[in-house]
Design a binder for this molecule. Structure first.
Ligand code: GLA
Length: 662
């Protein structure tokens, strides 16, 4: 029998050596764990996340904390701790093939990394020196294979303290503040300046423009196959023959007018700039209905989101039927046969008319997106596309959808393990080919959480974007870290082929696994602005995934800054490169098509920091003009660098240089 690791005293005083204060043992399980964030369940004291005794590879532990990846716990040590020790591993009661990585981060520096650990593997000892350390983070990430079964134990975890006791880091509260100036009355044209579409296919583009309504629109050099509605700015028709078309959009109202060039590229490549839109998942999960989708389209128009370029209205999981399932409990309206007698996929009773829904969205000049899985079932247990690929691709095109998210989910159950690269690619290649054969443009979004380095082959199998990691909802407090990881794949990104670090989850959002109605997200206002700045600098697809029906002035202010969106939509399509300045400060530098650079002065730390962007780091020489992108303000000319005080987990986003005249 294994001996149970048990402390003799719950708070043991260490022996004082000559002249040194006695060290005190503070158990991790004795701290307030409410600030520990985790991907599933709640942190457990002296128990695993499923509330059983803590055991790792047969070894029981009397004390410790049971958590679940992705788990973060931030502590203030204030230089009071000497060291931290623990035995870490996956709990024996975890089913399946969960794998996790334990990390300890002291003042922004990683001081322990367990490497990937699986169930049955002996616990690894942690022993880190914490002398002089102010802040600590205990982190458990998924082992790169998603979160399932990632039951992680910090067993026997304790601090040895001689000064201040460790205390959970409380995120300072911050009042919302508005950075984006109110749009003026004069028309301002927004959105992409280059746009790809396939010849002979139906064409739809709503010219995004801010300014007082009514407004009228005109387009110079509009190909004869296209038609403009001058009152709405919606262009419809058939994409002209292969080639490049230099159009000029003009918008007029009682206050003035604006014109802007727009290049239409009729060819093979869609999504020449990152997609902009809304996706229902993180707000509504399995509560989504067609009525809510219609309402979402209306809100995008009414709030002005569409006037800065958001145009995809995307349904995620749960629009099809599910089987009755005691555990997941889908509502009765979502239970039913997956397909009819001819194998045709059925939408559930909340979605009685899929074509009608797509038409409704199109009538507003917006585009409609849909979701399925290559597996027999989706991640939420609804009907998948397995063995009906051609039929479903035809159906989605027939209904009039413009975008497909293809989510791996249960496909893992129909491939050999370990899964060779070719098998990982197979379902995406198949669907990519099928979508290309449809008589309409359908953007293809791969969702398989980054397996097999998808960024290296996503474009080759027909994808226009691909998720580079697991669900961001599980690690929302780590947007800086997620962004830095995503930037590692920057070389694989180009127009028509985008790395996708997942949706913008701000404003009102639900819990990451579908529990709970939307509530205000846990990010501070500054972090919410940072979210947009980082995603703009990475040229990531921008899908807001919060509750549109509760969108407020602040969230709109974060989402709808046309200059920030212009950084995201820049035609070069470059993901910023990272210049590390220290443990917590870094620059993100993105070349823009007009010869200027967008630079993010980033602070991933817990206190405000002075960050400086040196022209030499950015490949610039001589005096440079600097513009504050969020506030639309020229800040003046700077000889060698631009320096700013950057708030806790903040980004100061500037544009540097003088635009080249075209
Ligand atoms: C996975 C995806 C999410 C969402 C859900 C739906 O978790 O990564 O983005 O689509 O499935 O079940």
């Amino acid at each position: 029998m294994n001996r149970i690791f048990a402390p003799l005293f719950s708070c043991a005083l260490g022996f004082a050596t000559a002249g040194l204060p006695a060290a005190e043992t503070i158990w991790l399980d004795a701290l307030d764990l409410t600030a520990m964030r985790q991907g599933w369940g709640r942190p457990q004291v002296n128990r695993s996340v499923t509330e059983r005794p803590l055991t790792i590879a047969g070894q029981p532990y009397a004390r410790g904390v049971g958590t679940h990846a992705t788990s973060t716990y931030r502590l203030r040590l204030n230089r009071g701790s000497e060291n931290f020790t623990a035995n870490v591993g996956v709990d024996d009661a975890a089913g399946g093939s969960g794998s996790v990585v334990f990390q300890v981060i002291a003042d922004g520096k990683r001081v322990f990394n367990s490497g990937t650990m699986k169930r049955g593997q002996a616990a690894k000892p942690v022993n880190v020196d914490l002398r002089g350390v102010k802040t600590l983070q205990l982190l458990v990430t998924d082992g790169g294979d998603g979160l399932n079964h990632d039951h992680a134990n910090w067993a026997n975890a304790q601090f040895s303290c001689s000064g201040a006791r460790p205390a959970p880091h409380v995120i300072p509260s911050e009042a919302p503040y508005l950075l984006t100036p109110q749009p003026g009355p004069v028309p301002r044209l927004n959105g992409p300046v280059v746009y790809g579409a396939r010849p002979g296919h139906p064409f739809l583009h709503r010219i995004p423009a801010q300014g007082t309504r009514p407004m009228t629109f005109a387009v110079r050099n509009l190909p004869a196959t296209l038609k403009l509605d001058p009152l709405t700015g919606i262009i419809t028709g058939t994409t002209p023959p292969r080639g490049e078309y230099a159009l000029t959009f003009t918008a007029r109202n009682s206050a003035g007018q604006a014109s802007r060039a727009f290049k239409l590229v009729s060819g093979d490549t869609l999504s020449l700039t990152p997609q902009l839109g809304w996706n229902h998942w993180y707000a509504h999960y399995n509560r989504i209905t067609a009525a809510m989708m219609r309402e979402a389209a209306d809100i995008m128009i009414r709030t002005g989101m569409a006037d800065v370029g958001y145009d995809y209205v995307n349904i995620d999981d749960c629009w099809m039927n599910a089987e009755a399932d005691a555990r997941r409990k889908p509502d009765a309206q979502r239970i039913g046969p997956f397909r009819d007698a001819h194998g045709r996929l059925l939408s559930n009773a909340h979605f009685p008319d899929m074509k009608g829904l797509a038409d409704y969205i199109h009538a507003r000049g917006l585009k409609a997106g849909l979701y399925t899985s290559p597996g027999p079932k989706t991640c939420a247990g609804f009907a998948g596309t397995y063995q009906h690929e051609a039929q479903d691709a035809r159906l989605f095109a027939e209904w009039g959808f413009d975008f497909l998210k293809y989510d791996w989910c249960s496909y893992g159950g129909v491939v050999p393990k370990p899964t060779p690269l070719e098998e990982m690619q197979r379902p995406y290649r198949l669907m990519g080919d099928l979508l290309r054969q449809q008589p309409r443009d359908m953007v293809f979004n791969l969702c398989q959480y980054g397996m097999g380095d998808v960024w290296k082959w996503g474009a080759e199998v027909g994808g226009h974007s691909w998720r580079t990691a697991g669900d961001l909802g599980f690690e929302l407090d780590r947007i800086f870290e997620v962004a830095l990881k995503n930037c590692e794949h920057r070389d694989w990104q180009k127009p028509g082929a985008w790395n996708d670090p997942d949706y913008i989850q701000i404003g009102y959002i639900g819990q990451a696994r579908g529990e709970g109605l939307p509530e205000p997200c846990g990010l501070t206002p500054t972090e919410q602005y940072s979210f947009m700045s980082l995603w703009a600098l990475m040229a990531s697809p921008l899908f807001f995934s919060g509750d549109l029906s509760r969108i407020d002035e602040f969230t709109l202010n974060v989402l709808c800054n046309p200059e920030v969106i212009a950084v995201n939509q820049d035609p070069l399509g470059q993901c910023a490169r990272v210049v590390r300045l220290g443990e917590e400060a870094f620059l993100l530098i993105k070349d823009l098509a007009d010869g200027t650079k967008a630079i993010g002065l980033c602070n991933s730390g817990e206190t405000s920091l002075s960050v400086s962007a040196k022209w030499s780091e950015a490949g610039l020489g001589g005096t440079q003009a600097v513009r504050d992108v969020w506030q639309h303000r020229d800040l003046g000319k700077f000889a060698t660098e631009f320096k700013a005080e950057v708030r806790r987990r903040g980004v100061v986003l500037v544009k540097v240089g003088t635009p080249r005249r075209t």
